[in-house]
Write a protein that binds this ligand. Structure first.
Ligand code: SF4
Ligand code: SF4
Length: 751
């Protein structure tokens, strides 16, 4: 606990908004014992300002630092004084001076500043110096999947100096890349398909002494936690590993959904993947009679086969569990569902557009009189591949047109008749071709199989696969490579449909992420998204009732449990989101620098007048520090203002909000609590995947708590905001404020 807090005001950021001397005097009087140093500096985030603070630390005058000035998101690099000296920031510029409307008056603004300063001092008083949990770390990277991506990932990890194990389920390395006739152009001049280069890549991997290759092998079980996993393999062997690159790639979609385009009805309707195999084997031939396929239609417009509700938001499906119980425990056995989704075809559209250009080229390359037709709805060609598209347009053997497929029928000689409407040519037409090619939907292997076979309480597969069409990543916007299991990093087509050049980049990213994970585990710090965080959830088991809420709600499977239901933390799996802390009704879980008592005490430190007419309504905003808090900063920096009776407290994630904080606020006389967090659902943006969604689900518990207190449950509301929606925040706050105004003051006010 900080006992000697140095409080430093930065004149450069807030001097123009406040009488700093008066604020210094306020702190000296209010916190005389707790804060032996209270002073200001012309430019605190600078060499001289930092030197001044360090001198006080070295002299032993202070053991913690409170900086009052701009947002903690600015100049943060100046205020790190090592892990034994806790440091906090009070945001007196963006979320006090700038957001305070001019008409509120000086006195109201200063009252706001004093509330924030008081909360800052209390926060530090309730902060312990973190003692990182360090484990003996295994510095070996496991790469699962020996295709193009996995081979590159293994080389990157090994060349960075890490022992690497590469496993491949097939007997040979190479994956899908080894089955390609050619790749789309990956280098200058980007106009011609060429050899993949997979043989050289395989040879490089085999020549690398740090890589151990095991073919015909899958993972039977992955036990443990990042930095110290035990991987058990299907061949009966096992190894200790530190982190995993998941490069298991994709499988072709069940093409029967393309039956309206003739697939499965007519032998000469094949997929792009079938064409690749034909080309690799030497010749494009009609499957029905082995005659040359010289006239080939590539049908990229698959609207005819798509269900009308394809992109309607899906309700999250309940986790599928087998009712069978193992003896002596109540855990339900996990049953993996095959997540074939019609959406994988449109997700693969950009890849299929360019693949059709390549395979149209196979037709004209093999037959001088060959003719390929590409009928598309949208030709999705990105970036440099535009050159390849132009080259195809210049090829007299390739005709491209936008068009709607009206029908595909078989002629008496086995040829196919394709009727096309709404074309760019201005007229409908019918094509008679030898073969029709339909696209291949790229389905991540994780949609079909648990793959990793985690020995986790939460089951062997990645969670929420049903919600995200089988993709296992954790936050595709902010954190590429991260999966919903810390320590496992996805790369290549298991992450999203992509070409070989992107997959190569992906492999490098995921390998580096795996290395970062190992090194973070070695230092006892979080790897992401709170990189470098020294804290982790600490359990006071004396009070634990084994209710299992924490183990069930942890989005990352960080908590196992024993046979009695007592949680078994795995610090290196943990992302420090605090969701377990929010879930625990007994307040058993805390972090050294973030805990139930700390935030509750901060709320109780807010000055609330007995009468709402004296200033109000008083509102506490519990703002997610990832998106909502910076959005509030941005709004204020762009001249937006809101009620000066709002107090904003950053939280790690809305999932970490404990119902007791709401009770604390209500018993203090606060009129309303607004929970401001990331979007959840189909287009979720929560950094911790489920935090804001879990918070929404917990509203019922909060409502019960409030009803017990005799307070209307709708004094608490959750709002969703994206980081770029900062301009909507003042209206959101106003809407909530008006709702509270209609209700009148909190009945607890004045007690
Ligand atoms: S802090 Fe988050 S990731 Fe860690 S154990 Fe708790 S809920 Fe799980
Ligand atoms: S939520 Fe709290 S009381 Fe329940 S099992 Fe977890 S630590 Fe124990």
């Amino acid at each position: 606990m900080a006992e000697k807090i140095g409080v430093y005001f930065d004149e450069s950021s807030i001097g123009q908004y406040f009488d700093i001397e008066a604020l210094v005097e306020f702190v000296k009087t209010r916190w005389a014992t707790a804060c032996p140093v209270v002073t200001s500096h012309p430019v605190l985030p600078g060499e001289d300002g930092v030197k001044m603070i360090k001198a006080d630390i070295e002299a032993g005058t202070i053991d913690a630092v409170l900086v009052c000035g701009s947002s903690p998101r600015i100049d943060w690099e100046f205020f790190d004084f090592g892990k034994s000296v806790p440091s906090e920031r009070v945001n007196l510029r963006e979320q006090c001076a700038l957001c305070c409307p001019a008409e509120a008056g000086e006195e109201t603004k200063v009252l706001m500043a004093k509330d924030y300063i008081n909360m800052g001092v209390i926060k530090l008083q309730k902060t312990r110096v973190p003692a990182p949990e360090q484990i003996e770390t295994v510095k070996t990277v496991l790469v699962v999947g020996g295709g193009w991506t996995g081979l590159h990932a293994a080389l990157h990890a090994a060349r960075a100096g890490y022992n690497t194990i590469l496993i491949e389920k097939e007997a040979e390395l190479g994956g899908h890349a080894a089955k390609l006739h050619k790749t789309i152009p990956l280098c200058h001049p980007y106009t011609e398909a060429h050899e993949t280069g997979i043989e050289k890549l395989i040879a490089d991997v085999q020549a690398e002494s740090r890589i151990k290759v095991m073919t015909g092998t899958t993972i039977a079980a992955l036990e443990g936690a990042p930095g110290s996993y035990t991987a058990k393999f299907s061949n009966g062997s096992e190894d200790k590993i530190g982190a995993v690159v998941l490069a298991t790639g994709w499988v072709p979609q069940d093409a029967s959904i393309l039956e309206p385009l003739g697939y499965g009805r007519f032998k000469n309707v094949v997929t792009t993947w079938d064409v690749e195999e034909m080309a690799k084997n030497g010749q494009l031939l009609r499957p029905s009679d082995g005659k040359p396929a010289k006239r080939v239609a590539f049908l990229l417009n698959t609207e005819k086969a798509e269900p009308s509700d394809l992109f309607k938001p899906k309700a999250p499906a309940a986790p599928v569990e087998d009712e069978a119980k193992e003896e002596g425990e109540d855990k339900k056995a996990h049953k993996h569902v095959d997540l074939e989704s019609a959406r994988h075809l449109p997700y693969s559209s950009a890849v299929n557009s360019v693949i059709s250009l390549k395979e149209a080229g196979y037709v004209t390359e093999q037959y001088t009189d060959g003719q390929a037709y590409i009928i598309y709805k949208d030709m999705l060609v990105q970036g440099i591949h535009e050159k390849y598209y132009k080259a195809a347009q210049d090829n007299p053997g390739v005709m491209l047109t936008k068009g709607t497929i009206v029908s595909v029928e078989e002629d008496t000689d086995g040829s196919l008749l394709v009727t096309v409407a709404n074309t760019l040519l201005g007229q409908d037409f019918e094509l008679k071709v030898d073969m029709v090619v339909v696209p291949t939907g790229i389905v991540p292997t994780t949609a079909k199989n648990p793959v990793m076979n985690f020995k986790y309480r939460q089951g062997p597969a990645f969670p929420d696969l049903d919600l995200f069409d089988g993709f296992c990543d954790s936050n595709y916007i902010c954190f590429p490579y991260e999966t919903r299991r810390t320590g496992v990093y996805a790369a290549g087509c298991v992450r999203q449909p992509m070409f070989m050049d992107n997959a190569e980049d992906d492999a490098a990213g995921a390998a580096l992420k795996a290395i970062q994970c190992i090194e973070s585990a070695n230092r006892g710090v979080a790897v992401h998204p709170r990189s470098g965080d020294l804290t982790y959830p600490v359990f006071n088991f004396v009070r634990c009732t084994q209710c299992k809420r924490c183990t069930e709600e942890c989005p990352f499977g960080a908590l196992d449990d024993d046979e009695t239901g007592t949680p078994k933390p795995n610090p290196t799996r943990c992302r420090r989101c605090g969701t377990c802390m929010g879930a625990c009704p007994e307040r058993v879980i805390s972090f050294d620098n973030y805990n139930v008592d700390q935030i509750g005490s901060m709320i109780k430190a807010i000055n609330v007048p007995d009468d709402m007419d004296a200033g109000g309504p008083r509102i506490v905003v519990l703002a997610c520090e990832n998106d909502a808090y910076p959005a509030l900063d941005m709004a204020a920096m762009r001249g937006k203002t809101w009620s000066p009776y709002v107090r904003i407290l950053p939280v790690r994630c809305l999932g970490s909000v404990n119902a007791i904080w709401v009770a604390d606020a209500m018993s203090k006389g606060i009129d309303g609590v607004m929970m401001l967090g990331c979007k959840y659902g189909d287009d979720y943006q929560c950094h911790f995947v489920k935090g804001s969604e879990i918070c929404n689900r917990r509203k019922e518990n909060i409502a019960e708590t409030l009803e017990r207190l005799g307070v209307e449950p709708d004094r608490v509301e959750q709002y969703q905001v994206a980081i770029d929606e900062y301009d909507k925040l003042p209206a959101m706050i106003e809407e909530f404020q008006n709702m509270i105004l209609e209700k009148g003051p909190n009945p607890f006010k004045g007690y």
